[in-house]
Design a protein around this ligand. Structure first.
Ligand code: DP6
Length: 351
């Protein structure tokens, strides 16, 4: 009986504080602007993927959250093709792949998320990062892999690193310089805390891929944002992170989220990702900060209504109480707060 070669890996979600929205090349997934995110800790919102290769497998196959999906999806095919190409190159260059015989074998991939899929919680980012990393392990490939994860889903390239990560848009047509780079380690800012306020765990009505396509075609605000706003904001954001300057980090984060959702409204027909709960959360954060005369809390929203809140450890208990007061758990129809951080402790107990 042939023994399968098997690997299991996990990859965490990342939360963009300077958003990626819009591609200049759909096939290679090359963005129109650079972006920056914070990768959560491994044990929090994450994907777990098991990849096995075996001589007895007839076809490549994939199961997502227990349901078999179409392996011929072009993005899955790009990732599989690129990893196998690197594995062959490594073998031909004289490197030892983990088990070079498995190169000709088919793969079975099994992937599960511990959070709602496609609810604007960056499930594709963790999913493709995990897929690429697991495939690389099983085929014995090492080195720069974020350029391959990028071809699965743009934001996935940033989940290949922990801590604070930038995705440099790059200039080349072949995308070789469009890769993720770690800006600071996950241990850099231990007081930083992330809360996720789930306003709806439903699938988003318009996925990021098609939403950003329509925005690129129709929004002149998006063009202005990519050409004239994001380049300066990236520099300021990296400096704020390096200085651990929370007010600067928070203001840039909120402004960037607001501008991203403004480009969604400027898209024709418009795209609405935020709902009334999201708007209430935005107002609450601004009222809270105004009350203290300083920026203690920030929000950001991706392609969905769920708020991701950034704050510092010392403000968590009070802000959570405030959220509980305005969104009581028994009346909020299933909204929940989950405390996360970029470092180690899971705060959900405390909440
Ligand atoms: C709003 O990476 O999901 O979360 O590259 O088409 O797969 P594709 O899009 P995706 O878009 C993420 C958009 C965002 C912002 C961000 O994560 O930077």
């Amino acid at each position: 009986m042939d023994k399968p070669n098997i690997v299991t890996c996990t990859a965490p979600v990342n939360i963009a504080v300077i958003k990626y929205w819009g591609k200049r090349n759909e096939e290679l997934i090359l963005p129109i602007n650079s972006s920056l995110s914070v990768t959560l800790h491994q044990e929090q919102l994450k994907t777990t993927t098991t990849v096995a290769t075996s001589r007895s497998f007839q076809d490549d196959r994939i199961w997502l959250n227990g349901k078999e999906e179409d392996i011929t999806h072009p993005r899955l095919q790009s990732c599989l093709r690129e990893i196998r190409r690197l594995a062959r190159k490594r073998r031909n260059d004289g490197g030892t792949a983990v088990d070079s015989t498995c190169l000709s074998h088919k793969v079975h991939i099994c992937s599960v998320n511990n959070f709602p899929t496609a609810a604007g919680l960056a499930s594709s980012a963790a999913g493709f990062a995990c897929l690429v990393y697991s495939l690389a392990r099983v085929f014995g490939v090492e080195g720069e892999l974020s350029g391959i994860a990028r071809q699965g889903s743009g934001s996935a390239c940033r989940s290949m690193y922990g801590g604070f990560v930038q995705w440099v848009m790059g200039q080349q047509d072949d995308g070789k310089d469009s890769v993720a780079q770690q800006v600071e380690l996950e241990t850099h800012w231990p007081e930083l805390r992330i809360l996720v306020l789930v306003a709806s765990a439903e699938r988003k009505p318009i996925g990021s891929t098609s939403g950003m396509q329509t925005s690129v075609q129709t929004s002149c605000l998006l063009k202005h944002r990519a050409d004239s706003v994001v380049p300066g904001r990236m520099v300021e954001m990296i400096e704020a992170v390096q200085r651990k300057d929370f007010p600067a980090f928070a203001e840039l984060t909120m402004k960037d989220s607001n501008q991203f959702h403004a480009t969604c409204l400027d898209t024709y027909p418009p795209i609405f990702y935020l709902n009334s709960v999201s708007h209430q959360v935005i107002n609450l954060v601004h009222r809270y900060n105004r009350h203290y005369g300083e920026t203690r809390v920030a929000y950001t929203f991706d392609a969905g209504p769920n708020a991701v809140i950034f704050t510092l450890q010392q403000h968590v208990p009070e802000f959570v109480q405030v959220v509980r007061h305005f969104f009581p758990p028994e009346t909020n129809g299933g909204h929940f707060i989950k405390g996360l951080d970029v470092n180690n402790a899971d705060l959900s107990e405390e909440l």
